[in-house]
Design a protein around this ligand. Sequence first.
Ligand code: SF4
Ligand code: SF4
Ligand code: SF4
Length: 308
Amino acid sequence: MDINRRNFFKIAGAAAASTIAVSEKPAHAAEPPAINADAYGCLIDTTLCVGCRKCEEACNERHSLAKPEQSFEELSVLENERRPDEHSYTVVNKYYPHSIGALTWRKRPTFVKFQCMHCNDPSCVSACIVGALVKQPDGAVTYDVSKCIGCRYCMVACPFQIPAYEYHNALTPEVRKCTFCFNYVKNGQLPACVQVCPREAITFGKQLELLKLARWKMKRHPGKYVDHIYGEYEVGGTSWLYLGSEPFEKIGFPKLGVKAPPRLTETIQHSLFQYFAAPIILYTTLGGIMWGTGMLKEKDAKKENKTD
Ligand code: SF4
Ligand code: SF4
Ligand code: SF4
């Protein structure tokens, strides 16, 4: 049979549906985890960021990551949209003003620092069948390489496409992503990126306090920010929150629902494993979900371009 992308998705969907159908109730379907009000987070005010890349450099040094080919002083790299990868736990992107017909939305470009969002109800944690990824009570989503079996379900499940894999490392490959500088924070230190930012664009603190700060800023500076704190509700809330003066979908953020994807992946996963389905089916299924999500995002983007 000719297996093109359309067939692949149909097969994946059918595999998931038939396996779920035999299970009235998932074996260990978990309730969404309670959000710890004391958890830490970061609020990034994108209107303050100047794209200096000091945060990228500080992160690279603290975690002894491979040095990039071009130095961190080289700002031309901002011209191309980048994603965090195994050598860069965080990247800063530059978004030019958005035009509406002859009108330019705003004059100055927006710089946005991206990294793992440390979701309140993380899909990566839910997808990991061996517990190598854990949501810590203090907010960080941490990774334990000694438990990881390299299945990369976490990469498939993440709605922000954050976890990276060391494909180049044949012997001891690891999943790599922002650690929220967990080992430093638990000893009372700041994340390296927060500490170094010359514009104080990143505020570290308790998530609830950060939300209050974000609302205070919006009230104090009417018209400066769009009426949206990114991460307050997206995918059940994230520890990293953003303020911006552009609609977030114009500055690199995916448009996501308020429901955490873990509930979906977990139900499928528990149903499959209850009936000893091969992990390859799960991988295929999750791949199908991701591909489908990509299609929806593409569709959304096309729709938006049409309405611009
Ligand atoms: S952004 Fe992705 S990798 Fe980070 S916690 Fe959320 S699901 Fe996990
Ligand atoms: S919190 Fe730590 S690991 Fe994450 S981007 Fe900042 S410096 Fe890097
Ligand atoms: S260090 Fe601060 S101002 Fe510089 S790019 Fe990073 S977040 Fe922006």
